[in-house]
Design a protein around this ligand. Structure first.
Ligand code: ZN
Ligand code: ZN
Length: 220
């Protein structure tokens, strides 16, 4: 079956996230998604919490994290350990040992802590998935990411990088999985049975995200 899953979503557990998991789930269902990966900044969603949320929300919830390494951002799906203070290479090595899934988000976007061409090249032996479409990234940087993936025969994924529920599902990954079971879905993603789809988030939604974030900061 083909499943629409947004593989890059931030909740209000991220310092710059604005929406609760409930608001995000409602938006995901409204947009016809079957699932999403929660990838808060340096804050792991555990597998047990993801399974509980899946049951409560009626969506596939993939546990994940977006790590801030000194070289830039990396996403790990189904993380099995904490990664505090690890280098890019050490994170990649850990995911290989643990059987977790490594995604390089917005790799060519210097404005969003993309790791860039040479660091991405250094990770090719770890067979990462490349986020070839990030709904919050400029088209030219998404194009460079897609070219990099194609040139190096790496599988491609997409995600909204939403920090507000309105943006969830603007970009998403079509996952070809034998079932909706979390293990099957994550395993299908990890072997690259994926295709990026969707579009960039509108300027109006991007502006609403910035305003909502500012209001949240002022109220804290
Ligand atoms: Zn990022
Ligand atoms: Zn992100």
């Amino acid at each position: 079956m083909l499943l629409k899953i947004d593989l890059h979503v931030h909740t209000d557990r991220s310092p710059d996230g604005c929406s609760t998991i409930g608001e995000i789930a409602e938006a995901a269902k409204r947009k016809g998604l079957q699932g999403l990966a929660i990838t808060d900044h340096d804050l792991i969603l555990s597998e047990s919490d993801a399974l509980r949320l899946s049951g409560e929300l009626g969506l596939i919830v993939i546990p994940g994290v977006e790590l801030s390494t000194p070289a830039g951002h990396l996403i790990v799906l189904n993380p099995k350990r904490e990664f505090v203070g690890l280098s890019l290479r050490a994170v990649a090595e850990s995911t290989r040992q643990d059987g977790s899934t490594l995604i390089i988000p917005h790799p060519m976007d210097p404005l969003s802590h993309g790791i860039g061409f040479s660091e991405a090249t250094s990770l090719i032996p770890y067979c990462p998935l490349i986020e070839a479409l990030n709904a919050s990234t400029l088209d030219r940087y998404n194009s460079r990411a897609k070219d990099f993936a194609l040139k190096n025969s790496l599988p491609m994924v997409a995600g909204s990088d939403a920090h507000l529920a309105d943006a969830v599902g603007d970009a998403f990954t079509i996952v070809d999985s034998p079932s909706c079971d979390l293990v099957s879905v994550v395993s299908s993603i990890s072997v690259g049975k994926t295709a990026p789809s969707g579009k960039r988030t509108s300027a109006a939604t991007a502006a609403k995200t910035v305003c909502t974030r500012l209001i949240r900061r002022i109220r804290r």
